[in-house]
Write a protein that binds this ligand. Structure first.
Ligand code: ZN
Ligand code: ZN
Length: 357
């Protein structure tokens, strides 16, 4: 029995539910290590669909696997196994399963009672195992390597798309995946926190924000760096220096026992010193794991308590319409006594290319 499975089972027991159907893919992957694009876990016996029989047997070591067929679809297989296990109540992911699926299940599983459970695996997913942390470390290391690689091409005349495509090439050439589509925005476009790369070419005096991450062994890295092309104005320097100070303070505040809302406030107070807090228009960060936006948000209305084993991004930004914007993002593991930053790309203000100075 895996520790994750044991944790889930004890949570279910506390809620008075005997078993659970887990079908949201991030939860399936978290629970079993299985990375196929379809699969369902019945907590007690397990089921996966036929396209992945071999992959399932290879990846799912300590659980029994079964393959659904057209004649014996997943719902029938699950119902049989639940009956064999003598279950009377079964939980399902109420925030994931569609109403249509619920109706089918209700019919197939009767007289067994189904109970919608909200985000149980998601909350358990927040505290990472040693194995998960080592995968996240690898993803972060490759993400750092990618930054060093693409930084060399950031210069006047290169387009946002050129850079974003090079990021994709880099990860794929290393046999890795992408945690999400890279964001590369420059000049006035850098005021868009989640802008899509365009054919706009970099010009001198542009802020260039690059936000990207590798996906390695099913786990994500997530890094943002902002640089200036050729010449930085006093305004660039002022914004960047304060943003960096706010980001470092945010990291320092991310310790066990802190609240998500408390951590979120720290960089805002620093940005307020120069009236820049008004331009920081999103939460400070998010949980990071098998999906890039894993469970948990650092924002003003979150009462989540920071715990050892969680991995968070710390990513304050300043976005000024008509001028441009900057964001600095690192991935941070909460430890028993404080935290460890997992991404190590330089974050002093870089004016590129170096010979242009
Ligand atoms: Zn990011
Ligand atoms: Zn992020």
């Amino acid at each position: 029995m895996t520790t994750k499975l044991a944790r889930l089972q004890s949570q279910l027991a506390e809620s008075g539910i005997e078993g659970m159907i887990v079908s949201a893919l991030p939860n399936v992957q978290w629970l079993t290590g299985f990375t196929g694009s379809a699969g369902t876990v019945l907590v007690t016996p397990k089921v996966s669909d036929g396209r992945y029989t071999i992959q399932a047997q290879e990846q799912i070591k300590d659980m029994e696997t079964a393959t659904a067929t057209n004649e014996r679809p997943t719902a029938s297989l699950l119902a049989e196994r639940a009956q064999t296990a003598g279950l009377k109540t079964l939980g399902f992911e109420g925030d994931h399963v569609t109403y249509a699926t619920y109706e089918t299940w209700k019919e197939k599983f009767a007289p067994l009672e189904l109970h919608g459970v909200k985000d149980l695996c998601g909350v358990l997913r927040m505290v990472k195992s040693a194995e998960e942390i080592s995968h996240i470390r690898e993803a972060c290391a490759l993400t750092d390597a990618c930054f060093a690689h693409v930084l060399r091409m950031v210069q006047v005349g290169v387009s946002e798309l050129d850079i974003s495509i090079e990021i994709e090439f880099f990860f794929k050439r290393q046999g890795a995946g992408l945690a999400f589509d890279p964001i590369v925005v420059s000049g006035e476009r850098s005021a868009r926190p989640h802008g899509v790369p365009s054919d706009k070419k970099l010009t001198a005096g542009d802020f260039v924000t690059m936000d990207f991450g590798a996906k390695v062994d099913g786990y994500c890295g997530d890094l943002t760096r902002t640089v200036v092309v050729q010449e930085a104005s006093d305004r660039h320097v002022e914004i960047y220096e304060l943003l960096l100070r706010s980001q470092l303070a945010g990291i320092e505040a991310l310790v066990p026992g802190a609240t998500a809302a408390g951590v979120d406030k720290v960089p805002r107070d620093i940005l307020a010193e120069k009236d820049l807090a008004q331009y920081f228009t999103h939460g400070l960060g998010h949980g990071l794991g098998g999906v890039v936006h894993d469970t948990g948000r650092l924002h003003a209305s979150s009462d989540t308590v920071i715990e050892a084993g969680q991995v968070w991004t710390i990513e304050p930004g300043v976005y000024i319409e008509g001028f441009g914007g900057a964001r600095i993002e690192d991935d941070v593991l909460v430890t028993g006594t404080g935290n460890e930053v997992l991404t190590h790309s330089p974050k002093e203000l870089l004016i590129v290319p170096a010979y242009g100075r």
